[in-house]
Design a protein around this ligand. Sequence first.
Ligand SMILES: *Cc1c(COP(=O)(O)O)cnc(C)c1O
Length: 355
Amino acid sequence: VNRSVEQEFVETFFGNVGHCATVCNATIGLVLAVRMMMDEHWGTARRRRTPRYALMPSFTFAAAAQAALWNGLTPLLCDIEPDTWLPSLCAQEELLDRFRGEVAVVVPYATFGNNLDLTAYADLSARHAVPVVVDAAASLGSCEDEGRQFGACSAFPIVYSMHVTKTFSAGEAGLVYSADAKQIDRLRCMTNFGFGEPRCATMPGLNGKLSEVGALLCREKLRELDALVTHREDLALVYREQLPGLRFQAMRGVRHAYQFMPALLPPHVQSATVVDRLADAGVMVRTYFSPHLAEQPFFRANSVHFDLRVTEDVASRIISLPLYDGMTRRDVTAICARVHGVLAEWPTRLEVAAG
Ligand SMILES: *Cc1c(COP(=O)(O)O)cnc(C)c1O
C-alpha cells in the first residue's frame, strides 16, 4: 500500500515529476532529510569538518530545531517577513555571510502552508554552497501556480506532515518529496535501518517507516483533499471579510491548504486574555507559534539568534482561529461575533487618546 500511495502522490500531486517516500511523521522526515543532505553535501568521511549550524526561522514549530539538534547541529534562528510570515530572505543572507562556511543546512518553513519562493532558495543554495531542506509541514494542498502542488520539481527535499492538525490529515504520517531520485532512494533506506543492501546497513538509519494502515488512511485522504482545501479557503475568506480589525497573513501563490486561521490582534490587545475569554465563550483558540523557538527554554539554551524584531511582534499578537472540515460559513460567522464581543473590551486607540 505504501509504495502505491507514494506513486499516487507523484502522479496526482506532482504532475508525474519527481519521487516520494512516506515516513511515520514529518519530524522523523526532517531528522533524516537533514542528515541525508549533510552527508550528500559535506561528505560522510569528513564528518568532523561539517559546519555546526542549521539556519531556520524562530517562528516555526519545535520539530525543525529538534531535527537539527538530533543531527548535532545548533539552530541559528532568523527573523521573518512582516506580511507573509515566511523566513526573511534578507536575514538569511545576512546570517549566511556572517557565519560563512559554518552553516551546514538551511531549513526554511513554508509558514502555515504559504508558498515559499523555492527559486530564491535554489539561488541562495547555489551562491552560498549550502544544502536546503524545506519544512512544508502544512503545505499538502497548497499551490504556487495553477494545478501544481507546492514543492513540485524541487531539487532539494520538501518535507510534508499528515498529522491530524494539518489539512491533509491522516493521523500520524509524513511525506518527503524531491525531484532527485537519489535523494529519495537514500532517504527510503534511511527510514529502513539504513539498509542499502538486503538486511545490511550501509548508511545511518532508524525505523521511520509509515505503517500500511497509515498508508491506507493517506490513500483515502488523497481522494477528498481537493474538496477540503476548497472548503477551507472559502471559510478563510469569511474570516477575512468579517474580522477587518485583525491582520491576516499575506499569501503567495494561488491555493492554500489552511490548517487553521492565523490572525494578528491589534497591538493594544492582550492575546492571553483574548484566548481565555474566547475559551469561556466556547471557542478554542491557540497561539501558533508563541512561544516561538528562541523563547522556549531548551532552544534558548541551545541556539544562536540576534535580531528577531518581527518574530517577536507577530508571536506576541498571533491567535489561531478554528478551521475544520465539518465547519460551515455560519460557524465562522458565530465565532467572528464572539471575537468582536471580546475585542469590544479594549477601547480603540483613538478612544484611549481622547481620554
Ligand atoms: C506539524 C509540524 C511539524 C511536525 O509534523 P509531524 O508530522 O507531527 O511530526 C513540523 N514542522 C511544522 C512547522 C509543523 O507545523
